[in-house]
Design a protein around this ligand. Structure first.
Ligand code: NDP
Length: 343
C-alpha cells in the first residue's frame, strides 16, 4: 500500500488543526470576546484554590469573583480551624492571601464581577458577565458557594460578627463558657446546638414551630443534651447589644408572650441557599439547588464543567473542605483538557 505523502500531513495540520484555532481566535478578537482554558465562577476558598492549581498547570484561568469577592469568609472574624494558622487568621485576610496566591501564578481575577448567564450546550462553553464581558471557555469550574439565610432583623445586621454568626464550628469557640442561642429547627440548628452545648453552659434553641424538622437522630441528640433548652413556637424579635450581643427579645407566636433572655451570641441556622440559580435546567441539582457531582469527583452532568465548594456541599461546608474540592476540580479540569488535547 502506498504511504501517505508527507505534504498530506502538512496540509492536514494547516487546514485540520491549526487553521480552525487561528480562525477561532480571530473571530473572538473581532467580537471582542475573551477565551480561556478554564473559567472559574466564584471566589471563596474553593474558587481561589481551583485557580491556584489551574494556574500552576498552565491553564491560564480566568476567575470572576461575583459581587461578594471572597464569599462567606469575608464575614468571619477569626478562622482558627484552618490548618497552618496556629494563631488563627482573619477571614478577609485569608481570602486576600488566597487571591494574591492565585494571581501570583497568573490567574486573571475579575473582582466584583458577576457571571449572569451561561451556555454549556456546546464547547467552547460561553458565559456573560454583568460588566459586559462575554467569555468562551474550554472548561468551567463552578465555585459559587452558598449564602446563609438570615432573619432579616436590623439588629442582626448591626451585631453581625460581634455575637451574631451563621457558623458554630467557626465562631462557637469564642463563646465558650457563655450562654448562647441557636435559631432554627432543621439538622443544621440541631447540629449547631449540640456542638455548642459542649462548649457553653447553656444553649437556647429557638424553634418557630412546635416540632423540629431535623432528622430523628438529631432530634434525639437535642432531647438528650441537658444544657439545651428548646423554646417552641418562639421567634426572635430583636437582638440586643451595643459593642457585642448581650441578650434577645423573643415572642411566643402562639401565646404572644414576650421574654427577655440574657445571652452573648446568636447562631442563625435557618438554612443556606446555594448560589446556583443561573445553572437551573443546565446542571443537575437537588431540590434545594445544591449541584450534584459524581461521587468521589467534581464532575457534573456536563463533560468539562466541574463543581466544588459549598455550591455542591450541604453537609460539611467548611473552608478546608471547600479548598479541598477546589483542588479536585482543577485536577479534574486539567485531566479533561489534556484528554481533549487542549493543553
Ligand atoms: P432546613 O431548611 O432543613 O431547616 C431550616 C430551619 O430553619 C427550619 O426549622 C425552619 O423552620 C427554620 N427557619 C427558616 N426560616 C426561619 C426564620 N425566618 N425564622 C426562624 N426559623 C426559620 O435547613 P438546614 O440548614 O437545617 O438543612 C438543610 C439541608 O441540609 C437539610 O436537607 C439537612 O438535612 C441537610 N443537613 C445535613 C446535615 C448532616 O447530614 N449532617 C447537617 C446539616 C444539614 P420551619 O420548619 O418552620 O420551616
Amino acid at each position: 500500500m502506498a504511504s501517505v505523502p508527507f505534504y498530506f500531513y502538512f496540509i492536514y495540520c494547516i487546514f485540520g488543526l491549526i487553521l480552525p484555532k487561528i480562525i477561532f481566535k480571530r473571530i473572538l478578537l473581532i467580537l471582542d470576546m475573551k477565551h480561556t482554558h478554564c473559567l472559574i465562577i466564584g471566589s471563596g476558598p474553593a474558587g481561589y484554590t481551583a485557580a491556584i492549581y489551574a494556574a500552576r498547570a498552565n491553564m491560564s484561568p480566568v476567575l470572576y469573583t461575583g459581587h461578594e469577592p471572597g464569599g462567606q469568609l469575608m464575614i468571619t472574624n477569626d478562622v482558627e480551624n484552618f490548618p497552618g494558622y496556629p494563631q488563627g487568621v482573619n477571614g478577609a485576610m485569608m481570602m486576600a492571601d488566597l487571591q494574591a496566591q492565585a494571581e501570583r501564578f497568573g490567574t486573571e481575577i475579575n473582582l466584583g464581577v458577576l457571571i449572569e448567564r451561561v451556555d454549556f450546550s456546546v464547547r467552547p462553553f460561553r458565559a456573560w458577565a454583568d460588566n459586559g464581558d462575554e467569555i468562551t471557555a474550554d472548561s468551567v469550574i463552578v465555585a459559587t458557594g452558598a449564602s446563609a439565610k438570615w432573619l432579616g432583623l436590623p439588629s442582626e445586621k448591626r451585631l453581625m460578627n460581634i455575637g451574631v454568626s451563621a457558623c458554630a464550628v467557626c465562631d462557637g469557640f469564642f463563646y465558650r463558657g457563655k450562654e448562647v442561642a441557636v435559631v432554627g429547627g432543621g439538622d443544621t440548628a440541631a447540629e449547631e446546638a449540640t456542638y455548642l452545648a459542649k462548649l457553653c453552659p447553656k444553649v437556647h434553641l429557638f424553634v418557630r414551630k412546635d416540632y423540629l424538622r431535623a432528622s430523628k437522630i438529631m432530634q434525639e441528640r437535642v432531647k438528650n443534651t441537658p444544657n439545651i433548652e428548646v423554646h417552641w413556637n418562639t421567634e426572635i424579635q430583636e437582638i440586643l447589644g451595643g459593642e457585642h450581643v448581650d441578650g434577645v427579645h423573643v415572642i411566643n407566636n402562639q401565646t404572644q408572650e414576650k421574654k427577655h433572655i440574657a445571652l452573648e451570641a446568636v447562631f442563625v441556622a435557618i438554612g443556606h441557599q446555594p448560589n446556583t440559580q443561573i445553572f437551573k435546567n443546565i446542571l443537575d441539582m437537588d431540590e434545594t439547588g445544591y449541584l450534584i457531582t459524581k461521587p468521589g469527583s467534581t464532575y457534573t452532568n456536563i463533560d468539562g464543567v466541574f463543581a466544588c465548594g459549598d455550591a455542591q456541599d450541604k453537609i460539611y461546608r467548611q473552608a478546608i473542605t471547600a479548598a479541598g474540592t477546589g483542588c479536585m476540580a482543577a485536577l479534574d479540569a486539567e485531566r479533561f483538557l489534556a484528554a481533549q488535547g487542549v493543553i
